[in-house]
Design a protein around this ligand. Structure first.
Ligand code: CMP
Length: 140
């Protein structure tokens, strides 16, 4: 199994409820290691750029508004098959469809306020990590 890195975001709905520690515990229990982490508040330009892939989707404007509404925690997670491992522990985008025990099943409020983001492929993980972190900030 390849050692990979993936980007994770703990979203404003979760920072507002002070459950970042509970989310990190789930990630660590799944075998992922936090090798970079910072709490930031995104400007509109940063959220728009990060989610540019969704710019033509009907939810894009609200998504940008939500992701700039409060603090977020950006993380690089490392582990065997980190991309798919993280997606498994996050659960489905829509919490109503998320498997029991997953982060979104336990913590997400709805499809937009769904507590966490995780890269969907190794290629996008590389892009997203480069967008959010400088190399010296990642310490494995
Ligand atoms: P995320 O994994 O961060 O990727 C895009 C985000 O858009 C998604 O999680 C949701 O928070 C948000 N979103 C809002 N509405 C939808 C929708 N109908 N389908 C997919 N994603 C949505």
């Amino acid at each position: 199994m390849p050692i990979q890195q993936t980007l994770s975001i703990i979203k404003p709905d979760a920072t507002a409820r002070n459950i970042t520690g509970q989310i990190v515990a789930k990630l660590e229990e799944a075998g992922l290691r936090v090798v970079a982490q910072k709490r930031v508040k995104w400007k509109q330009t940063e959220a728009r750029k990060f989610y540019a892939v969704h710019k033509d989707r009907p939810f894009y404007k609200d998504l940008v508004k939500f992701m700039t509404s409060g603090p977020i925690v950006l993380q690089v997670l490392e582990g065997n098959n980190a991309v798919s491992k993280n997606r498994k522990v996050m659960g489905a985008t829509n919490p109503e469809e998320a498997a029991p025990g997953t982060i979104r099943a336990e913590f997400a409020e709805n499809i937009e306020r769904n507590s966490v983001h995780g890269s969907d492929s190794a290629e996008n993980a590389g892009k997203e990590i480069r967008m959010c972190f400088r190399k010296p900030e990642i310490v494995g």
